[in-house]
Write a protein that binds this ligand. Structure first.
Ligand code: FAD
Length: 471
């Protein structure tokens, strides 16, 4: 019997396990992945969005609570729980000393990511180094860790955790933290959630999974079966437009394409469909997966010309290159006439002022729909480049309802000993949309809270048990 059983082995789970152990609890981590693939989506991350009122080591200037909140409000369109969101924001200003204590190191942003130097603290060595540091610290603190341990069932008694099951094995605990991610890797569930569109397509069949293959939502399904309160829309997810040549799983950050705001994006009919210059890319990139998912064949093409080369993070795959626009259309398999017309109309509509990709500049279009509101320059300088895009699902937002203590609810009543953190409950703060780095802020804040609460719940149950035995 352990005090706290932590299901999952990514950032949220590890933060919970470490906090529970620091509070004196005995802890067991059950991680579905083998050791080499431990760490879930967290192993693919790069940074954490942090509130700060003045410059702090790797963070420049300031990023006050109100600005962070307004950013979150904007991207979620109000689909967020303000008290929980503000709690995450405040926690993000104080968690880094604790992270350092457990071996996480930060570094200033590299060129190409300088636009987030004020808001996001980068992990030295990326998310893989972060999870490795936490695992090392967990081992040093005497936390038990089991790999290849996908929990497929939970034993609950009236909303109270009793044990977790991995096949025939049973692990009993006084409290439990569910930090086992969303259901993005479960292609059947995502297919069912997205359904069939008016064109008769099953859009999710063309999605790629950017991260781990182990976030199958098995425990979320069990919790639904047991009557836990859920929130969110199963189709809502962090979904990015990524290179169509990316692998089905674990392509990670390198398959993302960051040149959308520098050029135009067309669908398979060679038509534009959204304002490519709506806002800075870190605030918009998570919209584009969904936008591409809504297009026929769930494929789109990011088109740039020679002027944009060197102005965005180099992608892992080279673009399709052509000396002329008709040749580019042919190479991409697009209708030449339609493609050349779309670009001609766009070019004619460009009102170029002073191009500056670091601010929302005055280069915009007039008289073309959809308009491009910033960074609009004619695509007229050879060579031209095209990148086929497909939706890359990062994590789902549908999950368990939680409160400020990370408690899980049954019929509106908080469970005394089940807590949730990370993707499995991120939808409480992130109903839709995304702003870079907030996933790790949510997981770190709720992970730490869930660990502390689980340790306290276990202690209480232990004391009650001892009192009962004496009586
Ligand atoms: C390519 C990529 C880049 C990203 N970059 C960033 C970034 O820079 N900043 C940011 O804030 N966010 C980023 N994110 C999002 C971020 O990864 C998530 O918000 C965050 O990692 C969620 O943490 P988590 O612990 O909830 O989930 P995960 O890290 O996915 O961990 C879930 C864990 O649960 C385990 N698990 C699943 N099912 C079971 C089961 N049944 N039994 C036992 N274990 C189970 C998995 O194996 C895994 O270890 C990125 C995501 C991806 C894919």
């Amino acid at each position: 019997m352990w005090d706290v059983i932590v299901v999952g082995g990514g950032n949220a789970a590890l933060c919970s396990a470490l906090m529970a152990r620091e509070a004196g609890a005995s802890v067991l981590i059950l991680e579905a992945a083998p050791k080499a693939w431990r760490g879930g989506n967290s192993q693919h991350t790069r940074n954490l969005r942090c509130m700060h009122d003045a410059p702090q080591d790797v963070l420049v200037e300031s990023y006050p609570e109100e600005e962070y909140w307004q950013d979150l409000l904007k991207v979620t369109g109000g689909q967020t729980n303000e008290p929980l969101a503000r709690m995450v924001i405040r926690e993000s200003s104080t968690c880094r000393d604790w992270m350092r204590k457990h071996g996480v190191r930060f570094q200033p942003p590299l060129s190409g990511t300088l636009h987030v130097a004020r808001t996001n603290a980068f992990f030295m060595g990326g998310g893989k180094a972060l999870v490795n540091a936490y695992y090392r610290s967990a081992e040093n603190l005497g936390i038990d860790i089991m790999y290849d341990a996908p929990v497929d069932d939970l034993e609950l008694e009236q909303g109270k955790f009793v044990a977790a099951r991995v096949g025939d094995l049973r692990y009993a605990g006084r409290a439990c933290v569910l930090g086992c991610g969303g259901f993005e890797s479960n292609r059947e569930w995502v297919r069912e959630a997205w359904g069939q569109n008016a064109r008769g397509e099953w859009p999710a069949d063309n999605f790629l999974v950017r991260g781990t293959r182990y976030n199958m939502g098995a425990v979320l399904k069990v919790m639904m079966r047991e009557g836990a309160d859920t929130m969110g829309d199963p189709t809502q997810a962090h979904c990015v437009a990524i290179d169509a040549r990316a692998p089905l799983y674990d392509g990670g950050i390198a398959t993302r394409l960051d040149c959308v705001s520098l050029g135009i994006v067309v669908n398979c009919n060679a038509e534009r469909f959204y304002d490519e210059g709506e806002d800075f890319w870190p605030k918009r990139y998570a919209l584009w997966g969904r936008l591409v998912a809504l297009q026929p064949t769930q494929t789109a093409y990011s088109i740039i010309d020679a002027k944009s080369v060197g102005r965005f993070m180099p992608p892992v795959f080279t673009g399709v290159k052509a000396a002329t626009l008709p040749e580019l259309a042919r190479l991409l398999g697009l209708d030449e006439v339609a493609f050349v017309r779309t670009i001609g109309d766009f070019n004619a509509a460009c009102r170029v002022g002073t191009f500056d990709h670091t601010i929302q500049d005055d280069c915009h279009t007039e008289g073309v729909l959809p308009e491009k509101t910033h960074w609009a320059r004619p695509i007229d300088t050879a060579p031209f480049y095209g990148y086929a895009l497909r939706p890359g699902i990062t994590f789902t937002y549908f999950g368990l309802t939680t409160d400020e203590k990370a408690s899980v609810f049954f019929d509106g009543k908080a469970s005394p000993n089940i807590f949730a953190a990370g993707e499995i409950s991120a939808g409480n703060v992130l109903g839709k949309g995304y702003t870079a780095g907030v996933g790790m802020s949510i997981g770190t804040a709720f992970g730490r809270i869930a660990g502390t609460q689980a340790a306290a719940a276990a202690k209480k149950l232990k004391e009650q048990g001892a009192a009962h035995a004496v009586a």
